[in-house]
Write a protein that binds this ligand. Structure first.
Ligand code: ATP
Ligand code: HSE
Length: 321
């Protein structure tokens, strides 16, 4: 688990006095997650999740929490943040910005089936019909400039211990991405990290999309590529075509991709694979300190990137149902 900042009972009790949420019954650190510190918090009135944000600025936190509230209020299943007595979603706990959100029921799916992928695609399409109406703006923080900066740091670090092949892949893909920008595609607020562990299901029904702490304004179709790359991956770290087609059909039932998005699709899948390859590799090469932390395997996304580079036409064919 990743608890970077330990919360003591007296600190939590003090924090809860800012909300009209009842008396603390229990709390426990949450095992999943690698970015923020999360606790389940139960009061005599609510089941909540407390998040201490480890590296975000107040401006972006307002964006995330306002977006969660906006989506929830537009019937997109997300965890609505709790408003404090003074009217803010954002407080401070143990020196860190902190928020309480409603705890959703259900659990994440390790092996989503075709129908669950279709359901997720439908929900993402609904979210993308709604999110361009959200008034907030946040610059994407894992787009090309970040890829370039992180890629350069990693290439220098890796050149010392591994074969040149990986560094060559990294540099070649950076070059490709630089020549395939996505600013001309339809834009809006995107989740940007809608992995299986960021959606909760109960009896085949999606109960909620969580962890909007990478949300930003970017190409909507890029968000779909991020989602497919995780939900539809097969055992060999390629993509399971049946699940990918189902997710795309679910999505396009709500929001059909336009010609520009269809043309850009293979490059978007590559951009999405590259982004998570590099973030995982960075965590592996430069681990952060924490009370309990775990890392995710970067190789999965390196292999997926290689697969996408080899099959642009096939990935475009998935768009046709
Ligand atoms: N609103 C919620 N309702 C129920 N469970 C939640 C909620 N928010 C978070 N969780 C639980 O906490 C876990 C960690 O949350 P989250 O994914 O936000 O962590 P993170 O460190 O910010 O994320 P990540 O590593 O995925 O970027 C989730 O996998 C889920 O089990
Ligand atoms: N979803 C990311 C974790 C960072 O949010 C990953 O699996 O690498």
């Amino acid at each position: 688990m990743s608890v970077f900042t330990t919360v003591h009972e007296h600190q939590l009790n003090q924090f809860l006095t800012q909300f009209d949420c009842g008396r603390l019954v229990s709390f426990a650190g949450i095992a999943a997650g690698i970015e923020n510190t999360n606790y389940f918090v139960t009061t005599d009135r609510y089941a909540l999740v407390l998040t201490l944000f480890e590296h975000h600025q107040p401006d972006e936190l307002h964006y995330f929490l306002d977006l969660m509230a906006y989506l929830a209020e537009h019937d997109i299943p997300t965890a609505h943040p709790m408003c404090s007595k003074s009217g803010s979603y954002l407080g401070e706990l143990n020196g860190k910005p902190a928020a309480l959100v409603r705890r959703l029921t259900g659990g994440s799916l390790e092996h989503p089936n075709t129908e669950e992928c279709r359901t997720m695609g439908t929900a993402l399409g609904q979210m993308h019909r709604t999110s361009p109406g959200f008034g907030g703006y946040r610059e994407p923080d894992r787009a090309l400039p970040w890829l370039q900066e992180t890629g350069a740091i990693l290439a220098a670090h890796l050149a010392k211990d591994i074969e040149g092949e990986t560094v060559a892949l990294l540099e070649d893909e950076l070059d490709f991405q630089q020549n395939h920008p996505r600013g001309h595609l339809p834009q809006g607020a995107i989740h940007a990290d809608l992995f299986r562990d960021n959606a909760l299901f109960e009896q085949g029904r999606l109960t909620g999309i969580i962890d909007l702490y990478y949300a930003c304004n970017d190409a909507l179709a890029y968000d779909l590529a991020v989602t497919i790359n995780d939900w539809c991956r097969d055992e060999q770290d390629g993509i399971d075509e049946t699940r990918a087609r189902a997710m795309l059909a679910g999505y396009q039932g709500e929001r059909p991709l336009n010609d520009d998005e269809r043309a850009a699709w293979p490059g978007l899948l590559r951009a999405a694979a590259m982004r998570f390859w590099l973030s995982r590799l960075k965590d592996q090469c430069f681990p952060r300190e924490g009370e309990m932390t775990y890392q995710k395997d970067p190789e999965v996304f390196r292999r997926l990137l290689i697969a996408h580079r080899a099959q642009a036409d096939a990935t475009r064919a998935w768009l046709n149902g």
